[in-house]
Design a protein around this ligand. Structure first.
Ligand code: HEC
Ligand code: HEC
Ligand code: HEC
Ligand code: HEC
Ligand code: HEC
Ligand code: HEC
Ligand code: HEC
Ligand code: HEC
Ligand code: HEC
Ligand code: HEC
Length: 322
């Protein structure tokens, strides 16, 4: 019974497509002739009257009529001979539905083709460049498809728009959404910094899909002053910014993994009383020692004195003081 209904609905649909096609030809021959010839086998039915937008692809960079590199329907969906014989047969490469199809049935939505097949269709033209490291990348290995991020029939590609990109990523990365709402963050929520400023979602030679080969190189693209060169370098800084910072958000400002002095004590003994008489004349100076244990905990803790924590150029000495 279900099947019969489906067939009936199909007949009605085919009829209305025929009518739409002929009325289109009569009303606006110009619009019809703008469609590339090679797509006609498909746009006969998938025209303006199709319930989900299909021809909108001609308003995108991938639908520039007259550009010979522009993909046709079958470059992405495959030759689909069986579908052309009867629409109840699925196309060769099916990317999944945005909305339920016009013929709601037990078989809809149909099973999308494998991620490999879907990605293969795109990579036929888009291998290399930013996608050199796609194979073996965290997204590729976890069956994430190009079309999980790129809604290519739409002129509004959310993932390419800095105002909307993060929503695309947050759909799967809830933890980073939560982090971006913490007290100290990169200005991600206000859209000043977006995920793709630091990550290449297509694959990377560095860890965690960072854009450059290392985390530090990625950070230096915006925080160049932290690269130095410094007369006195702090080894933990040149090693990895992650020794002290977390990128998306933290409740300890500025983006710190934990609070000084504890953060510093992961690697250093302390609190300490410095025996250096040439040190700052801090309160609590007693018996040749400057500072007292208390200063390690109050105010800016270790940073009360070691204020140039990323490295210093002061000719008077190291220790990351002024
Ligand atoms: C004779 C009309 C007709 C032609 C020609 C046609 N389609 Fe379809 N197409 C349909 C109908 C009807 C459906 C809905 C089928 C359903 O809901 O089960 C459909 C569904 C689809 C779907 C959704 C997934 C699927 O496989 O059901 C895609 C993608 C698609 N067509 C692409 C194409 C492409 C690409 C071409 C050209 C190679 C093409 N169609 C040619 C009528 C047609
Ligand atoms: C660049 C690759 C590409 C090209 C070219 C392309 N499509 Fe698609 N098509 C897709 C993807 C990917 C989807 C899945 C929805 C999405 O991501 O926008 C899709 C979805 C569809 C659907 C199903 C929509 C739905 O809501 O279920 C139809 C029908 C369709 N395409 C027909 C066509 C027709 C007809 C053409 C030629 C005019 C065409 N496509 C050209 C990639 C392509
Ligand atoms: C037949 C070749 C071909 C295929 C197949 C193809 N593309 Fe494209 N794509 C292009 C061309 C050509 C452009 C325009 C490039 C330009 O303007 O420099 C483009 C542009 C794009 C852009 C940039 C759009 C923009 O607005 O800047 C994205 C994203 C994209 N393609 C993704 C995809 C995805 C995802 C698929 C698979 C579903 C795919 N492409 C399949 C040829 C192709
Ligand atoms: C996890 C999400 C995601 C996936 C998966 C993804 N992309 Fe992208 N893509 C993006 C983002 C974000 C940008 C914008 C990058 C930027 O502005 O630096 C982009 C940009 C592009 C562009 C235009 C700029 C360029 O690099 O030429 C193309 C083409 C493209 N992607 C193709 C693909 C193809 C092909 C695949 C599958 C092999 C794919 N993308 C998979 C998120 C994704
Ligand atoms: C369809 C779901 C999906 C979308 C959308 C998505 N991702 Fe992912 N992403 C995954 C999966 C699955 C993994 C691998 C498992 C994991 O590490 O969580 C992953 C891994 C990653 C990793 C590497 C994690 C690691 O441990 O090495 C980064 C970075 C990343 N995604 C960033 C992004 C960015 C940026 C976007 C948006 C442009 C995005 N993702 C969109 C599903 C998605
Ligand atoms: C300021 C640079 C920067 C921005 C912006 C950024 N990330 Fe990251 N992301 C990183 C770094 C660095 C790491 C590695 C962190 C680590 O190893 O602890 C990372 C790690 C990740 C991971 C893996 C997390 C894990 O625990 O392994 C995911 C997923 C991720 N980012 C997604 C996103 C998403 C989604 C966005 C946008 C909302 C985003 N990132 C924005 C720099 C950034
Ligand atoms: C795309 C540029 C960009 C990249 C790449 C970048 N940042 Fe930032 N960073 C910013 C901006 C913008 C701010 C906010 C500055 C402001 O509000 O004045 C910021 C602020 C910060 C802050 C201070 C946060 C606060 O609460 O005041 C820290 C710490 C920081 N970034 C560390 C990093 C680290 C570590 C990396 C590498 C993982 C990195 N940044 C990569 C742009 C960037
Ligand atoms: C040894 C721990 C440590 C490491 C490693 C570290 N930072 Fe910091 N960073 C801090 C502390 C502590 C502050 C707060 C300084 C203050 O309050 O004066 C800070 C502040 C910042 C700020 C905001 C204030 C400012 O000075 O602009 C940025 C941006 C920043 N760090 C970037 C980086 C980058 C990029 C790296 C990697 C190259 C890095 N940090 C490595 C400890 C560290
Ligand atoms: C991930 C480990 C690590 C963390 C966290 C760290 N440091 Fe360091 N720090 C080092 C290393 C390694 C050296 C260089 C080795 C040495 O000379 O003892 C160094 C050197 C120093 C020096 C100079 C020592 C000298 O002899 O010149 C001072 C001062 C210093 N760190 C202060 C701090 C403060 C303050 C913090 C917290 C804001 C901190 N460090 C966090 C690893 C770390
Ligand atoms: C009251 C100022 C002051 C405070 C607070 C302070 N330091 Fe120092 N620190 C100094 C001075 C001055 C020196 C130089 C000592 C010398 O000449 O031996 C020094 C030297 C160091 C050195 C290198 C010599 C050594 O002992 O290995 C390290 C590492 C260090 N401090 C870490 C820390 C850490 C970690 C904290 C927080 C727990 C901290 N300091 C708090 C003033 C201070």
């Amino acid at each position: 019974m279900k099947h019969l209904q489906q067939l009936l609905a199909l007949c009605v649909f085919m009829l209305s497509f025929g009518m739409a096609a002929s009325s289109l030809a009569a009303d606006s021959p110009a619009a019809e002739s703008k469609l590339p010839e090679r797509d006609k086998a498909c746009t006969l039915c998938h025209n303006e009257s199709w319930p989900t937008p299909v021809l909108s692809i001609y308003q995108t960079k991938m639908g520039v009529i007259g550009d010979s590199r522009t993909p046709g329907c079958r470059d992405c969906h495959g030759p689909s001979e069986n579908h052309l014989k009867s629409p109840v047969n699925q196309v060769d490469i099916y990317f999944g539905a945005v909305k339920p199809g016009p013929l709601q049935s037990d078989t809809w939505p149909k099973t999308p083709s494998s991620a490999e097949a879907r990605n293969g269709a795109c990579l036929a033209c888009h291998r290399g460049k930013a996608r050199t490291n796609w194979d073996g990348s965290q997204h590729q290995v976890n069956q994430v498809a190009c079309t999980n991020c790129h809604n290519i029939h739409s002129p509004q590609q959310n993932v390419l728009n800095r105002k909307t990109q993060t929503e695309v990523c947050f759909a799967c990365h809830k933890e980073q959404r939560a982090e971006s709402l913490k007290f100290s963050t990169h200005p991600i929520q206000v859209g000043k910094v977006v995920c793709s400023d630091c990550h290449n979602p297509h694959g990377s030679a560095g860890p965690k899909l960072v854009k450059k080969n290392t985390v530090n190189e990625t950070c230096y693209t915006c925080h160049a002053e932290k690269r130095g060169p410094f007369l006195f370098e702090h080894q933990s800084v040149t090693e990895d910014c992650r020794n002290c910072h977390t990128p998306h958000g933290s409740n300890i400002s500025p983006l710190l993994i934990s609070r000084p002095p504890f953060m510093c004590q992961q690697c250093h003994d302390g609190p300490h009383q410095s025996p250096n008489p040439a040190g700052p004349s801090a309160a609590g100076n007693q018996g040749g020692f400057i500072g007292n244990a208390n200063q390690n905990f109050t105010g800016r803790a270790c940073l009360n004195c070691h204020s140039q924590i990323h490295g210093s150029n002061s000719p008077s000495g190291g220790y990351f003081q002024r």
